[in-house]
Design a protein. Structure first.
Length: 599
């Protein structure tokens, strides 16, 4: 396809700017998912002839996209390897002062996040933090936000720590230089991380309000308030019916979670279990739903029940809480649409959102990132559900997710990839793609798990947004913006431009995806540096650090959303700690960028 001119260069710039503004507006609005918005933007700049067909789809073959996908697979491999068990066992010994707990938890998640996906690092530490909170009776809200922020700090340490670093490294290579090496970010990232951890652990945690998190099942789910027992009498149409037919006599959320038959207690009975006269059903339902069921099913309410929440589990039946985090295929679906009871034999006994249980029409509520589900069912079935839907199990019942552990093999492959990039034997994309393939070949992660580990919305976002950056450069839009910025900053010196980039990226990354922030601001940063005849490195580093400073809102990063439900946080809670932490990061990063990356 040849490029079609539509009124000259100025018109093309206006089209790109309009597309860019529209993209940002839709990102901030949040009604449509960011990958959908990115693809729509790609269609606009392609259909108007600003970029060719080849350029439009070149983003999906970009080194940055391949590297991000490989790192996501490696992150899941590290989790599969059994590292989560080793870390949890060791850290569970530290149950003394809150400051010590915060220092240890935040330091470990920061270190992990330097070498794996932020969400993967947080997924390892979240159950550990919950266990510590339960043992020491510390407010869970004081622990979860710090480790979420620690996972973001750790991403600043290495080139693979977070997508913005990978993107910035790619832009540096495309601008005519070499890509940033594995540890080029480390002096800056380590300094910021150490100061950030100390601030969070010694002072910052005091800014977090005590919220009603969920250190135990009872904290989030008041199940006994919705448990009732009914006796099947001789006139009931339920007699000789399979258990799955019970729903026909209910208009709402009613679940059979146990049966008492001749003094034998059957938790989580099979959907095909035949009902008998004299059976006592333990039901989870609201009072209004119970009234309708009693009348239709002709059963009798047992005033003083013989079963309770503690008897919903047995040797074969488990109660497990699981968090829905970004990337789960089930996000946006309802419990009714999942059909867990009939496909897997698993009951959803409760949904907790922001620390509070949802009590009305639970089966019709669309699931969101950060929701906590209370699952009941056979151990193998619950494990299958959690694995297939990519949910994160919490540690109440000690359910182990995953197959045989291969800790040493995983560590050897991973360290081999790091050494290969450090000594220049392979570039980052080749080294980590090879490592991901080795994890699959060696059985650390299956092919199915590898594909599930990739956050496809992020991949689509990057593949679609990178050509928008190309269009910004190709039409001269990036240079135009750079010249405008330079004009308005005359008399202040180039250092102020770096500070401005830091602040703008930090603010923008709190309302749109951090990878999108890096893609959009990197071309402008390069144009500013080139126009002034300066090195592009400090400008790119400002974009990288600013794009990773996503502390002030829960929507800024998936890590923030993941802890929102278990921690019981409100939207405004993030700014209480996030704003001062952002200020500290900028205050530390600005002089260090000028020191480590001379103009």
């Amino acid at each position: 396809m040849t490029r079609v001119k539509r009124g000259g260069e100025v018109l093309e710039q206006w089209i790109v700017f309009a597309t860019l503004i529209g993209t940002l507006a839709f990102f901030i609005w949040g009604k449509w998912r960011y990958d959908i918005v990115a693809v729509l933007s790609l269609i606009v700049i392609s259909a108007t002839g600003i970029i060719t067909t080849e350029e439009a789809f070149s983003g999906f073959g970009n080194i940055a996209v391949i590297t991000v996908a490989s790192v996501l697979i490696l992150s899941q491999s590290l989790i599969n390897s059994g590292i989560i068990d080793l870390i949890g066992d060791q850290l569970s010994k530290f149950s003394s002062h809150l400051v010590l707990q915060l220092l240890i938890l935040t330091s470990v998640v920061t270190l992990l996040s330097a070498f794996m996906n932020n969400i993967g690092a947080l997924a390892i530490m979240l159950p550990v933090a919950i266990q510590l909170a339960r043992k020491t009776k510390q407010p869970l809200s004081k622990l979860l936000m710090p480790i979420a922020f620690g996972s973001l700090l750790g991403g600043m340490i290495t080139v693979i720590g977070t997508p913005p670093n990978i993107i910035i490294s790619t832009f540096r290579r495309d601008a005519g230089g070499a890509s940033f090496s594995m540890f080029d970010f480390s002096p800056l990232g380590v300094t910021i991380s150490i100061i950030g951890i100390l601030f969070i652990s010694i002072v910052g945690y005091k800014l977090i309000p005590i919220r009603k998190g969920r250190a135990t099942v009872e904290d989030s789910f008041h199940i006994e308030d919705y448990l009732s027992e009914v006796l099947i009498e001789a006139s009931s149409p339920l007699i000789n019916q399979p258990l799955k037919n019970v729903q026909q006599f209910s208009d709402g959320d009613l679940w059979v979670v146990g049966i008492l038959r001749n003094k034998e207690k059957i938790p989580a009975p099979s959907a095909h279990e035949s009902l008998h006269e004299g059976d006592i059903l333990l039901l989870k339902a609201s009072s209004s739903e119970m009234k309708g069921f009693i009348n239709k099913a002709k059963v009798k309410l047992v005033p003083h029940g013989k079963m309770n929440e503690r008897e919903l589990a047995s040797d074969d039946i488990v109660l497990v809480e699981a968090v829905i985090y970004s990337g789960s295929q089930m996000e946006g679906l309802t419990v009714k649409e999942l059909h867990l009871r009939y496909k897997y034999g698993v009951n959803v006994l409760g949904i907790s959102r922001k620390g509070e249980p949802l009590t009305s029409r639970m089966k019709d509520v669309p699931l969101q990132t950060g929701d906590v589900l209370l699952l009941q069912g056979p151990t193998s079935a619950v494990q299958q559900v959690i694995n297939e839907f990519s949910w994160l199990p919490l540690p109440e019942r000690g359910l182990r997710i995953g197959g045989p552990k291969k800790v040493m093999l995983t560590i050897i492959i991973f360290i081999g990839a790091i050494l290969a990039t450090t000594f220049g034997l392979l570039n980052v994309a080749v080294a980590f793609t090879t490592a991901a393939l080795m994890m699959i070949i060696c059985g650390v992660i299956s092919i199915k798990e590898a594909y599930k580990a990739i956050e496809w919305p992020i991949i689509i976002l990057l593949g679609a947004m990178l050509p928008l950056g190309t269009a910004l450069e190709k039409t001269g839009g990036a240079e135009l913006l750079a010249q405008a910025i330079i004009h308005f900053s005359q008399g202040f010196g180039p250092g102020i431009l770096i500070l401005a980039l830091l602040i703008v990226c930090a603010l923008l990354s709190n309302v749109i995806n951090n990878a999108a922030t890096a893609v959009l601001l990197a071309p402008i940063a390069i144009s500013i540096a080139t126009s002034l005849g300066l090195s592009i490195d400090p400008f790119l580093m400002a974009v990288a650090i600013g794009s990773s400073t996503s502390f002030m809102t829960p929507i800024a990063h998936q890590s923030n959303l993941l802890v929102m439900g278990p921690g019981g946080y409100q939207f405004s809670d993030y700014a209480r700690l996030g704003l001062p932490l952002t200020s500290i990061v900028i205050a530390v990063a600005y002089p260090m960028i000028l020191l480590l990356f001379p103009l």
